[in-house]
Design a protein around this ligand. Sequence first.
Ligand code: PA5
Ligand code: NI
Length: 193
Amino acid sequence: MKQRPFTSSISVTDGALSEYDNHIVRRLSAMKGQYLDEPAYAAMLSQDPVLYEVYEIKRPESAGELMHGISIVHPGKVGDEYSMTKGHFHTVLDTAEVYYCLKGEGAMVMETPEGEWSVEELRPGRVLYVPPRWAHRSVNTALRGDLVTFFIYPGNAGHDYGTIEQQGFRKLVMEHDGRAQIIDNPRWRAREG
Ligand code: PA5
Ligand code: NI
C-alpha cells in the first residue's frame, strides 16, 4: 500500500476510478429480505441483475486513514421500490462519512439506533455529511441513468450489515404516481435483545 501522496481520476462518463483496489459488484440476490415486494423480488431473481457497484481505494483500517471510492447505483425498481444499496451502520458507530454526488438523482436514507431518521436528496454537486451513528443507504430515484457518488470515511469504520439485514430501515423510498415518496417500512423491527 502506498505511503506517499497519490492521485486517482474519476471518469465523468461512467464514474469509474482510474485506480482502485476493490471492485464490488452487488446483485439482487444479495438483497434478500430488503425489498418490500417479495413476489416482485422473487420474479426478478432468475435474472439476478447487478444493482450497484463500488470501486474503492483501500487503506489500512486505522482511525487516521481515509477509505475512499465511488459508488454506482444502477437504475431500476423492485416492485415500486427503487434500486438501492444494502445500507449499513459503521461497526465503529462513532465514525462519519462524506458523500459527494457526481451524477444522477437519488436519496440517502439514514437513521440512528435511537430512532431518528433523515432522507436527503442527492443531486450532482451536492455534498452530504453523514454524522457518526447514522446508518446510510443510497437510493437511485431516476429510472434512467446511474447514481454516482464519491465517498470518504475513516479507515477504522468497518461495515455492520447485519443490523440492517435483520431490521431494515425505518423508511423506504418508493415510486408513487411517478414520483419518489418516503413511506414507513411496515416490516421494520427493532433488533432483538
Ligand atoms: O462506505 C459506504 O457507505 C459506501 O462506500 C457504501 O459501502 C457503498 O455505497 C455501498 O453500499 P453498501 O456498503 O451499503 O453495500
Ligand atoms: Ni458507510
